[in-house]
Design a protein around this ligand. Structure first.
Ligand SMILES: Cc1cc2nc3c(=O)[nH]c(=O)nc-3n(C[C@H](O)[C@H](O)[C@H](O)COP(=O)(O)O)c2cc1C
Length: 130
């Protein structure tokens, strides 16, 4: 299975996010993709997990979506088991649960390149300020 984690920039209204989630949940269920979509008022952070070809296809569609920009892949790795399955493309906003989520992501990025870590840390800082 393939796991892709990215962050992007985009200020979406709540109704845009609701629409993204409706389409995503239907497509991802069809394609056996799970993960999560975290959104605050400035950024998205998403994890996609599932069969390699399906994840690549979904990520190509997402990358071409004009509702966000500056998509930066934090990590792309092969996994044996789903790591974010419990969240099942749930939508998270800043709060206590999100702190646990951010900690889990930080743990997954321990071996990431300094560049990737710096990008993620920038994201976490913005989130704390939100
Ligand atoms: C931040 C963000 C996250 C998205 N996540 C997903 C996703 O997990 N799965 C998905 O199919 N589409 C996702 N989309 C929507 C896709 O960009 C695209 O609009 C959609 O897949 C098209 O689906 P359709 O061909 O069934 O209309 C996301 C869009 C944005 C802006």
């Amino acid at each position: 299975m393939l796991q892709i984690m990215y962050i992007s920039t985009g200020a979406c209204a709540p109704e845009d996010i609701a629409q993204i989630l409706t389409v995503s949940r239907a497509n991802n269920r069809r394609d056996s993709i799970t993960g999560l979509l975290y959104a605050d008022d400035r950024r998205f952070l998403q994890v996609l997990e599932g069969p390699e070809a399906a994840v690549e296809r979904a990520f190509a569609r997402i990358g071409a979506d004009s509702r966000h920009r500056a998509v930066v892949v934090l990590s792309r790795r092969t996994i044996d088991a789903r790591e974010f399955g419990d969240w099942a493309m749930a939508h998270r906003t800043p709060g206590l649960e999100s702190d646990a989520l951010i900690a889990l992501i930080a743990q997954r990025l321990e071996t990431a390149s300094p560049n990737v870590r710096a990008t993620f840390e920038g994201f976490a800082k913005i989130r704390r300020a939100a």
